[in-house]
Design a protein around this ligand. Structure first.
Ligand code: ADP
Ligand code: MG
Length: 316
């Protein structure tokens, strides 16, 4: 199978929204007027972002999911994406499973694959996504104000706990580990939440590097600090058996959660509680933005800190 047969078999599907999709030198796209394009890219590198033995179908899902999560965090509706692959060899079983996972999530999210690149090399997956948002309505990191509530969706720490167990740094029961692995391998981009937060959230982002580090970005962009209450931060239930220090590390500083962290004025509390019901997605109010800078977490009035604040590829 050559490069072009590979693309045709696994990645060329008829264009729906695009004017011209896969197959020419470039795709042709026509965004609706009065909307802005939200564009984002995320790359997954074997050994860095995923274990070499990961299920290729889950990897196809995750490669797109982590990108859709960025659109969710902007309050954007998914439209188009590109997929660039470096593959060490042509492994048809691997490709078929990867493509299945990718296309299943693409169909569910309503995003269309319109191009990419395919080359030989160490396994690397680079996805770029584009979505649209009515002009001026995107959720930015910069809109928070002291006094706003800080909220988080879902539950935190499961993906990081799975990595800690895989690395031999923690132990979990088989059942708890399976729950954590499914969060690590198949994160859920919170797209419906992101759309619903337009007009409610003052600032938002998705948690990819850890709650404290990511909320810190809202703080920097919004020129605020934040205070969180440990008791209100939703740890994933599968983490219950972990030692307290490991659990805190996973919840506060573990990466790969892909939940949304956002701020909103207190007047929106009841709307957000109702939204949580509608979406069947827990939304937890975990603290507040304050004047000054930095994110502080308190447990019964006492300050707690994880040993490492968040994931940084170039940390020394
Ligand atoms: P060019 O040489 O003009 O850059 P390519 O030969 O790399 O084009 O790709 C041919 C077509 O297939 C292009 O439309 C490109 O966007 C698309 N394509 C290549 N790889 C992928 C992929 N992994 N997924 C989706 N489309 C792809
Ligand atoms: Mg060309």
């Amino acid at each position: 199978m050559n490069e072009f047969e590979l693309i045709a078999r696994y990645f060329n599907r008829p264009a729906k929204r695009a004017i011209l999709g896969v197959g020419d030198d470039a795709a042709l796209l026509a965004p609706e007027p009065i909307r802005q394009l939200a564009v984002s890219a995320d790359m997954l590198v074997e050994g860095r972002h995923f274990f070499p033995d990961v299920d290729p179908e889950a990897l196809g899902h995750k490669a797109l999911a982590v990108n859709l999560s960025d659109l969710a965090a902007m309050g954007a509706e998914p439209s188009w994406c590109t997929l660039s692959l470096a593959l060490p060899c042509v492994d048809e079983a691997w490709l078929a499973a990867f493509a299945r996972g990718f296309h299943a999530l693409a169909d569910e999210a309503g995003i269309e694959l319109v191009g990419g690149d395919t080359t030989r090399g160490p396994l690397t997956i680079a996805v770029q996504v584009a979505g649209t948002v009515p002009a001026g309505q995107a959720l930015l990191r910069s809109g928070g104000t002291p006094g706003d509530d800080v909220w988080v969706s879902g539950a935190l720490g499961a993906a990081a706990a799975a990595v800690a167990v895989r690395n031999g740094d923690a132990a979990l029961s088989g059942e708890a580990m399976a729950a954590c692995l499914s969060r690590l391998d198949r994160p859920t981009p919170r797209l419906a939440l992101g759309l619903a937060l337009r007009g409610i959230a003052s600032a938002a982002l998705d948690i990819s590097d850890g709650l404290l580090a990511d909320l810190g970005h809202i703080g920097e962009r919004s020129a605020c600090g934040a205070e969180l209450d440990w008791a209100d931060i939703p740890a994933h239930p599968a983490l219950a058996g972990l030692p307290e220090a490991v659990l805190r590390q996973a919840v506060l500083a573990g990466g790969d959660d892909y939940e949304l962290c956002f701020t909103a004025p207190a007047q929106h509390r009841s709307r957000l509680q109702a939204l949580s019901q509608t979406l069947a997605l827990p939304l937890s109010r975990i603290g507040r933005l304050v004047g000054g800078q930095g994110v502080r977490v308190f447990n019964a009035g006492e300050r707690i800190t994880p040993s490492r604040a968040g994931f940084d590829h170039f940390a020394t």
